[in-house]
Design a binder for this molecule. Structure first.
Ligand code: NDP
Ligand code: 2IT
Length: 453
């Protein structure tokens, strides 16, 4: 690696000690930028790498709320406003007990490059709370969301920062958050938050967009090898928003998804998860809020197993052609990647953010399989969020077909940018390098144009 990049990385390490996911994300991007920095000394002169590793602003606030037994609870709320060079901050909110500043900085950092790749004018941000919606009543979730927005509202806006969902924040939470924003401001600002319901300013296809998008990205990658998803056996992790619509898109294209998981374990259905079984899963997860283990009781052909050790998830041992990690960060260890490869996997499309550990990424790239990194493969969600913002500005709603067609076009464009940048900078077929370089150059050039100092 280039000396300058090494020195930036050691400075970033020293300044952000203990923020392991953030350091991992910065290392992953910056270690691929050597050829760009050599060709463009202007980025180094303006200290673009140093600037991009520093959030423009972080807001941290308390979120007090009252549980059903009348006890006062206090959580922490955070919004990381990472980079606004090409547009207002845009990115989701995560509600999960593991949420810390460093975790959100990693997600906000990834979001900057991802949003640049979508072709739409969106900067990067991310936020959330260590609140755990699991096991909470609807009323508790509502009171928490209202308290969270009571502080957040003053830091967001359709021209400044536009939140959306992520882990633990789905249509229910977006509804409560938007309702509170409206109550406080007295404005129906449809452009201030995305992922809203169709009946109240949301976009068609937004719930589907991340999962569909990662499948469309996999199609694009396979097409470069004259292959397709038809008939392919596919592993999916997670059983939330991204996993559900990944399964739906795969089924439509004639592929055979055989696994789903949650944080307790995974199910393997060797006969394939079909439309009917998926509808049952959607009801289980989105309405009854149950555990994926119940699938194996409902469909006797399927088996359930608890998740393995932290460095080994047996889900990735199941023989398959393609893998769609769609749960969380670092869910594919080096060992898991080795298992995928020894079972002959040919494509991995990351629905989750940074689901593959650095050791895993190295193995996948080394083996020459089609590896679609999250910032490219899962960009469909934020892309349709961008289209929701366009519709809000126009005060119009586009049809399902129109949004789906736009989404396909955007995923093609992301693939094309990653493919071309990898080629241009001497690493053909390496989508990780291509996506990092294409995203970086767009943001870095805007920073220079706007005068980065
Ligand atoms: P959901 O909350 O809808 O679902 C998350 C799923 O992942 C659940 O099945 C959950 O299981 C599982 N999961 C969460 N944390 C862990 C963990 N630590 N270990 C094992 N399993 C876990 O979230 P989404 O589907 O929206 O998000 C999934 C991934 O996709 C995340 O990485 C997110 O950042 C990324 N993403 C989401 C986008 C979106 O539009 N929603 C857009 C782009 C990326 P359990 O219920 O047991 O916690
Ligand atoms: O990680 C992501 O891209 C998201 N959670 C979606 C963000 C958004 O603003 O739609």
């Amino acid at each position: 690696m280039n000396d300058y990049i090494q020195s930036v990385l050691s400075e970033v390490r020293a300044k952000n000690q203990g923020e392991s996911e953030f350091l991992q994300a910065v290392h992953e991007v910056y270690s691929t930028l050597g050829p760009v920095i050599e060709r463009h000394p202007e980025y180094r002169a303006a200290r673009i790498l140093e600037q991009m590793a520093e959030p423009e602003r972080v807001v941290i606030f308390k979120v007090p709320w009252v549980d059903d037994s009348g006890e006062v609870r206090v959580n922490r709320g955070i919004r990381v406003q990472m980079n606004s060079a090409i547009g207002p901050y845009k990115g989701g909110l995560r509600f999960h007990p593991s949420v810390r500043l460093g975790l959100l900085k990693f997600l906000a950092f990834e979001q900057v490059y991802k949003n640049a790749l979508t072709t739409l004018p969106m900067g990067g941000g991310k936020g959330g709370s260590d609140f755990d919606p699991k096991g909470k009543s609807d009323a508790e979730v509502r009171r928490f969301c209202q308290s969270f927005m009571t502080e957040l509202y003053r830091h967001i806006g359709q021209f400044s920062d536009i939140p959306a969902g992520d882990i633990g924040v789905g249509s229910r939470e977006i509804g409560y958050l938007f309702g509170q924003y409206k109550r406080i401001t007295g404005e129906f600002a449809a452009g201030v938050i995305t992922g809203k319901g169709h009946g109240w300013g949301g976009s068609q296809i937004r719930p589907e967009a991340t999962g569909y998008g990662s499948v469309y990205f996999a199609q694009e990658m396979l097409a470069t090898r004259d292959d397709s998803l038809s008939g392919k056996t596919c592993l999916i992790s997670g059983s939330g928003n991204v996993a559900q619509y990944t399964a739906e898109a795969l089924i439509k294209l004639g592929a055979k998804p055989v696994t789903l998981s949650d944080s307790s374990g995974f199910i393997y259905d060797k006969d394939g998860i079909d439309g009917e079984k998926l509808a049952w899963v959607m009801d289980l997860k989105n309405k009854r809020r149950g555990r994926i283990a119940e699938y194996a009781e409902q469909f006797p052909g399927a088996t359930y197993a608890p998740s393995g050790a932290p460095d080994h998830n047996p889900l990735w041992d199941i023989p398959a052609d393609c893998a769609f990690p769609s749960a969380t960060q670092n869910e594919i260890s080096g060992k898991d990647a080795a298992n995928l490869l020894s079972n002959g996997v040919i494509a991995v499309a990351e629905g989750a953010n940074m689901p593959t550990s650095p050791e895993g990424v190295e193995l996948l790239l080394g083996a020459g399989v089609l590896y679609g990194p999250g910032k490219a493969a899962n960009a469909g969600g934020v892309a349709v969020s961008g289209l929701e913002m366009s519709q809000a500005s126009q005060r119009q709603q586009w049809s399902r077909e129109q949004v789906d067609e736009e989404l396909r076009g955007i995923m093609r464009a992301i693939h094309e940018q990653a493919w071309s940048a990898a080629q241009e900078y001497g690493h053909p077929g390496n989508y990780l390098m291509g996506a990092n370089i294409a995203g970086f150059r767009k943001v870095a050039d805007a920073m220079l144009d706007e005068s980065a100092v």
